[in-house]
Design a protein around this ligand. Structure first.
Ligand SMILES: Cc1cc2nc3c(=O)[nH]c(=O)nc-3n(C[C@H](O)[C@H](O)[C@H](O)COP(=O)(O)O)c2cc1C
Length: 356
């Protein structure tokens, strides 16, 4: 079996995007059991917790699922940088009533520990973003029985994943919600729309491509399959679903989002990400290039975002969402997957009729 064969024989070629903080085992299971492929966003867990979480998922389904990690390296920011970053955030913390965070020993879970746990737990599929693995790491996962998907925002990044032996590439278009996965060029050179991204990657790389970014319903699924993608990956489309752990102020902001509500920002986490624009994004815009790089700023704003979420105030929460946010639908995630697939088939029939 290959990843291509797995995707070609999925009853429904719809992948739920891994979404840290939103997609736990419930959403992953609902999508996989419906015939698509669910994803567990594992980046927030230390290795010791990741293994049992994957084992629990394996015990609950025979269907394939994906476990996602964000490739990060240990960081040791200087005291000056942290002092400056905290001074910038101090008025926001003061307004929220939450104390400024203590300086942590660690800004993100240790990637090496997570990676060892992943190999041990051997999920059917693992996907990665923010960087590229080494060929030895890819081979180790494959030897454990796990297919490897790398996130690419450009053709060069897709080639980098092909060179280390990945089984497939997730093409993340400019439209996508959440963090940008770019790791070779700067963000400005890595904002390619999904249509040209899938087409250009397909033209040069002989690996299955999973299309992600702005796909909100069955029409979008049909469109990327017509373009040569092996599957459509949807994130924002699931944010209002019953199984997503999206907080209530985030849900309310999404449900009320106007057209063209999203912007890219670096202010929340130190890495560019797309979300519904709010006061924090607007007022931090002039400073956003100065904040410490991910994961430092991410860790420093976490308590602020948690306090705002608890207070029901959407203005200091990272409301990650893609350009299709207005089309996010409520209801059971599994039922949605089945419906999107029916819509995709209907869109395909209409197109066939038009093409004669
Ligand atoms: C709330 C949210 C959280 C996300 N977290 C992750 C993550 O943990 N790992 C990852 O590789 N991608 C993450 N992404 C990006 C998605 O994998 C995917 O690229 C994106 O959702 C596709 O665009 P769409 O949201 O328009 O469907 C996240 C996206 C969103 C909306």
């Amino acid at each position: 079996m290959s990843l291509k064969a797995l995707l070609d024989t999925l009853p429904i070629p719809i992948l739920q995007a891994p979404m840290l903080g939103v997609s736990d085992h419930r959403l992953a299971l609902a999508v996989s059991e419906a015939g698509g492929m669910g994803a567990f966003a594992g980046a927030g867990l230390a290795g010791a917790d990741l293994g049992p979480a994957i084992a629990a998922l394996k015990a609950q389904t025979e269907r394939p699922f994906n476990v996602n990690l964000l490739i990060t390296r240990p960081v040791a920011p200087g005291q000056d940088e942290i002092d400056l970053a905290l001074a910038r955030l101090a008025p926001w913390y003061a307004q929220s009533g939450a104390p400024l965070p203590e300086i942590p020993n660690q800004y993100a879970p240790d990637f090496e520990g997570q990676f060892s746990a992943l190999i041990q737990a051997a999920p059917p599929v693992a996907s990665f973003a923010f960087d590229v693995l080494t060929a030895a790491q890819v081979a180790a996962l494959q030897a454990a029985g796990t297919y490897v998907i790398g996130t690419a925002t450009t053709v060069a990044e897709a080639k980098a994943w092909a060179e280390v032996g990945a089984d497939g590439v997730c093409a993340q278009g400019y439209e996508a919600g959440g963090h940008r996965g770019h790791f070779l060029a700067d963000v400005g050179a890595s904002l390619v729309g999904l249509l040209p991204l899938v087409a250009t990657i397909r033209a040069v790389i002989d690996l299955p491509v999973i299309a992600a970014g702005g796909i909100m319903d069955g029409r979008g699924v049909a469109a990327v399959l017509a373009l040569g993608a092996s599957a459509a990956q949807m994130g924002t489309a699931f944010l209002l679903s019953d199984q997503a752990t999206t907080s209530s102020p985030w849900r309310q902001a999404l449900a009320a989002a106007p057209d063209e509500a999203t912007r890219l920002t670096r202010a929340f986490t130190g890495r560019h990400a797309r979300g519904l624009e709010n006061r924090f994004m607007r007022e931090m815009r002039s400073d956003e290039d100065l904040v410490p790089a991910y994961p430092v700023q991410n860790r420093l704003t976490q308590p602020l975002r948690a306090a705002s979420t608890a207070a029901g105030d959407p203005e200091q929460i990272s409301l990650w969402a893609g350009q299709g946010a207005r089309l996010a639908a409520t209801g059971d995630a599994g039922a949605r997957v089945l419906r999107w697939w029916e819509e995709a088939k209907a869109a395909s029939s209409q197109l066939s009729a038009r093409l004669g």
